[in-house]
Design a protein around this ligand. Sequence first.
Ligand SMILES: Nc1ncnc2c1ncn2[C@@H]1O[C@H](COP(=O)(O)OP(=O)(O)OP(=O)(O)O)[C@@H](O)[C@H]1O
Length: 278
Amino acid sequence: MVDTDALLVVDSVDVHLEGKWILRDLSFAVQPGEFVGIIGPNGAGKTTLMRTLLGLLQPAAGKIEFMQSDRVVSGSSLLGYAPQSRQIDPETPLNGWDFVSFGLPRRVRPWLTREERARVKEAMRHTDCFEFATQPIGKLSGGQRQRLFLAQALVRNPQILLLDEPTAALDPGAQEGVAELVATIARTRGIAVLFVSHDVNLIAKHADRVLYLTPGHHVIGSVEEVLQSRVLSRLYGRPVDVMRVGSKIFVGTIETDRVDETICYHTEQEEVIRYVSV
Ligand SMILES: Nc1ncnc2c1ncn2[C@@H]1O[C@H](COP(=O)(O)OP(=O)(O)OP(=O)(O)O)[C@@H](O)[C@H]1O
C-alpha cells in the first residue's frame, strides 16, 4: 500500500492473542485532520487495534507506519491516547491541572517549565475545561472528566489522537459535545483522530470515514459506503439490516416473533417486529 500523504498506514496487519486471531489482514491509512470512526460489536478488536498502534502489542504479520506531517508543531508527539477504562476514585486528591499535566512527555523534575505550563493551559482551553483546573477530579461529572482526558491526550501536541470510547457513559448531549469538540480539533489542528464508539449515529454524524470491525474482518469507507445492509451482511456473515428512521440509523437484525426490550414497531399488518442491535 502506498499513500504518501497519510499520517498512519496500517498494512495487512494480523494480531493474535493467546492463539486466537483478533485482527486479520487489516489495512487502512489515515490522513492529517481526518476523523475515522471505529465501530463494531464487543470483542471485535477495537481496543486491540489501539493497543497495537500504541506499540503495546506486536502484529504477527504486516506493518504499521507513521509518517511525519508537514503541519507538525515543534515539540509534538506522535500519539495522544485516551484509554477505555476511566474509573476515578471520588476521593482522588488531584485537581484538573495536575491531571492534564501528567500527559506531558515524561520529565524528571517536579515543576513545569513556562512552555509546559502554556501547553497545559492551551490543551485545557481547547477542550473547554480550564474551569476545572483547581477542582478535584473525583468530584467532576463524567462529561467534565471526559474533557480532562481529552486535554491530557492533547497536551503532548499529538499528530494522531486515539480515543477509545470517549463518550461511553455520557448522556446524549454530552456525547454530542465531546464528538463535536473532537471533530473541531481534528479539522482546525490537522490532527488525525481514531474514535471508537458503539454509537453508530454519533459516528455517522462526525466521522469522515468509518472503520467497521467484526472479529477477523473489517471494512472501511465513507458512512454511505459502509452503513449498507449489503456491506454489513457480508462483514457479519449473516443478514444485517441498516434502517434509516428520520435522521437516525439503526444497524441490526429483524425478528418477527418476539417483543423485547429492543426497538419494536408495528407494520401495516400489525405484525410486531423486534429489532435487535448488533
Ligand atoms: N490480553 C488478552 N489476552 C487474550 N485475549 C484478549 C486479551 N485482550 C483482549 N482479548 C480478546 O480479544 C478480543 C478483542 O478484544 P477487544 O477488547 O480488542 O475488543 P473490543 O472491540 O474493544 O470490545 P469492546 O467493544 O467490548 O470494548 C476479545 O475476544 C478479547 O477477549
